[in-house]
Write a protein that binds this ligand. Structure first.
Ligand SMILES: [Zn+2]
Length: 298
């Protein structure tokens, strides 16, 4: 009996010590919903930490086939040996090329599954309604809902639907939120809308909601961040901009994302909290980002 009691005491002490050390009491599951094959670079450091340091799972649902990126493929012509920056050749070859680039980048940050929606990436437009009219929105919402229902994600990472951003980015977020709202409240992942700041000096974007799409409305004065400048490793010479640069470098048919992420001050990933999430979701998100900000490689 005494032996049993000692065992119990040992379990209690070790158990509680272990619990304090455990970063989270669950392995986070995240679904990214993006429009183009390089958009996921926005989340890359947080995704890396989620999969590699927290043992989590990250999947990616990609709305378009990326063919509209042909205008930025001039350097890609030399890599792939085709005139990718001409409309006919670019639109024919980029969907295949960009999927491979996406998955090569995804391997670096540990993306598990890809869900391709293959909607036409027609051209750059600010107009969200154009994509919402031209894409097969019913199929997208149904399929996204099915994926979320099946996989029971903790978080849904979306692109911030800021007025001045690409209409496809805004449409991807609007449709993902539409799908989310069709799930019973207790089965919904926590949605977060993300963009980046270029270092501490950049005050970032002022965002409330995308006009005429109230589900995108965010809670005022609440954002969560991960600063890629966080250092680690030998003499603290490494940081998480490295990961993002590796991911972006896989997209050799493109180039503009490199320039967006080019900052002497490094990049801070910033996540807004839509008001349609619950209060409970707020506490869970806070705990998640505390761990994202503290977890470091061994
Ligand atoms: Zn994009």
């Amino acid at each position: 009996m005494k032996k049993l009691f000692i065992c119990f005491l040992f379990w209690l002490i070790c158990g509680s010590v272990f619990a304090q050390d455990a970063p989270l009491d669950y392995k986070p599951k995240v679904l990214l919903v993006t429009a183009h094959p390089d958009d996921d670079a926005l989340f890359s450091a947080t995704v890396f930490k989620t999969t590699k340091l927290l043992g989590g799972v990250v999947d990616l649902a990609l709305m378009t086939n990326g063919e509209g990126g042909y205008k930025y493929s001039t350097l890609g012509n030399y890599i792939y040996g085709r005139e990718l920056d001409t409309e006919e050749i670019g639109r024919a070859y980029l969907p295949g090329i960009r999927k491979k680039e996406l998955m090569a980048g995804g391997d670096i940050v540990g993306i598990r599954n890809y869900f391709f929606f293959d909607q036409k990436d027609f051209y750059y437009t600010l107009d969200v309604e154009e994509a919402l009219t031209k894409w097969d929105t019913e199929m997208i919402v149904d399929r996204l809902m099915g994926i979320m229902h099946e996989e029971e994600y903790d978080f849904l990472f979306l692109m911030l639907p800021f007025e001045e951003f690409h209409g496809h980015h805004k449409a991807a977020t609007v449709l993902a939120l539409r799908a989310l709202k069709q799930l019973p409240e207790e089965n919904r992942p926590i949605a977060l809308e993300a963009f980046v700041r270029r270092g501490e000096e950049d005050s970032g974007i002022e965002f409330t909601m995308l006009e005429e799409h109230p589900s995108t409305k965010v809670m005022p004065d609440v954002t969560f961040e991960f600063n890629r400048n966080q250092t680690f490793g030998h003499n603290n010479r490494l940081n998480y901009n490295i990961i993002a640069n590796w991911v972006i470098a896989e997209h050799k048919s493109q180039g503009t994302m490199q320039l967006l992420m080019q900052s002497n001050n490094g990049i801070i990933e910033q996540y807004w909290f839509p008001s349609l999430n619950t209060e409970k979701g707020l506490a869970k998100t806070k705990a998640f980002f505390e761990v994202i900000n503290t977890a470091q490689p061994d």
